[in-house]
Design a protein around this ligand. Structure first.
Ligand SMILES: Nc1ncnc2c1ncn2[C@@H]1O[C@H](COP(=O)(O)OP(=O)(O)OP(=O)(O)O)[C@@H](O)[C@H]1O
Ligand SMILES: [Mg+2]
Length: 322
């Protein structure tokens, strides 16, 4: 155990600095893991988790997330988002569903006191570029929580045996504070499950992920995202308390996106392309607006004209969006 972290821990006690204490404890746990003292590391994590508060403001400075032992790469990325739900252009039922999740999480203590189970597992489903990541970011910001993003594929170690440890470490990390734990590319698990029928070890890994999700009862909100709902079988869907659809934008939503992106500059020309953009993800309209702005600026103008918009439309249409 490195003396530095122990010193920090004792100093943190003297200073009554909870965050400093947690960071030092987290560093010690990671060192023990690196030395493969897994039993001790697990015990320490459990002790730390048992003392974690559930208040949204408990986590101000976030400890480093655990790392994969083979690659030494972090299993998750911690960010402090600044995007609100109001920044997204959403269908009304989608906005309502996300708003209800925020409201529920804020009121978990009330639900706990009433003996009602918390709903803490959300699945965001929809085509690429329609706001799954943006919605996870906005949920975290609305809740005042750091966003802990893990790619499901990144958790699957090249040594399958390590994967269970990765998962356990990630979920233990999510038990040390009130985060939004975002499991991106969740459909990779569905694909793995299909392949797993003739591969015993892979099947155990998929089951390990599901067990971690089932067993989780810590202070974090778990949010998973999938592009391909069809590859998720019932056993995977069942894990989630709420499923929120983020579909392609309607024409009205494209117009709203254009209004927000262009702020009136070149809007009259841009709306001519609303029908084409409505068949594409939100990301395409954002790309279209940026392309028009860029084209004008590089031509030495700040005002967008029809040549910029035509250029942008051709650029958008030349790209694959799904
Ligand atoms: N509903 C939305 N409202 C406003 N902007 C959006 C919306 N959806 C997507 N965007 C914009 O499109 C881009 C891509 O969005 P995002 O990364 O959230 O999509 P995604 O569904 O996570 O895509 P992927 O499946 O590829 O991960 C972002 O820059 C975002 O600003
Ligand atoms: Mg995404």
């Amino acid at each position: 155990m490195a003396g530095r972290h122990l010193r920090d821990m004792i100093a943190a006690y003297g200073e009554r600095d909870d965050l400093k204490f947690r960071r030092a404890a987290q560093a010690i746990i990671q060192e023990e893991e690196a030395k493969r003292h897994t039993v001790l590391a697990k015990e320490l994590r459990a002790v730390l988790a048992a003392n974690a508060g559930v208040g949204a403001n408990d986590v101000l400075i976030t400890p480093d997330p655990p790392v994969d032992r083979d690659s030494s790469l972090p299993l998750a990325r911690v960010t402090h988002p600044d995007r609100l739900l109001g920044d997204l252009v959403l269908a009304e039922p989608t906005r309502a569903a996300l708003g209800q999740i925020v409201n529920e999480v804020r009121n978990w203590p009330t639900l706990d006191r009433a003996g009602l189970p918390r709903r803490n597992r959300v699945l965001l489903s929809g085509p690429p570029g329609c706001g799954k990541t943006s919605a996870a970011v906005a949920l975290a910001h609305e809740l005042g929580r750091p966003l802990v993003t893990a790619r499901v594929e990144g958790l699957i170690s090249s040594y399958l045996g390590e994967t269970a440890a990765n998962l356990a470490n990630l979920f233990a990390f999510a038990s040390t504070g009130a985060y939004v734990l975002f499991l991106d590319e969740f459909d990779s698990l569905g694909k793995m499950r299909e392949d797993a029928s003739d591969h015993g070890e892979l099947r155990r890994v998929v089951n390990a992920v599901l067990q971690q999700i089932d067993a989780y009862s810590g202070p974090s909100l778990i949010v998973a995202a999938t592009n391909h709902s069809q590859v998720l079988d019932a056993a995977l869907w069942r894990r989630f308390d709420s499923v929120v659809e983020l579909g392609l934008p309607t024409r009205d939503q494209v117009l709203e996106l254009l209004r927000r992106q262009l702020l009136g500059n070149g809007l009259a020309d841009a709306v001519q392309h609303a029908d084409d953009l409505a068949g594409l993800p939100h990301a395409a309209t954002e790309f279209f607006a940026n392309s028009a702005k860029r084209h004008a600026l590089l031509d030495g103008r700040t005002s967008i004209d029809s040549s910029d918009v035509s250029f942008a439309a051709a650029e958008v249409m030349s790209r694959p969006w799904s």
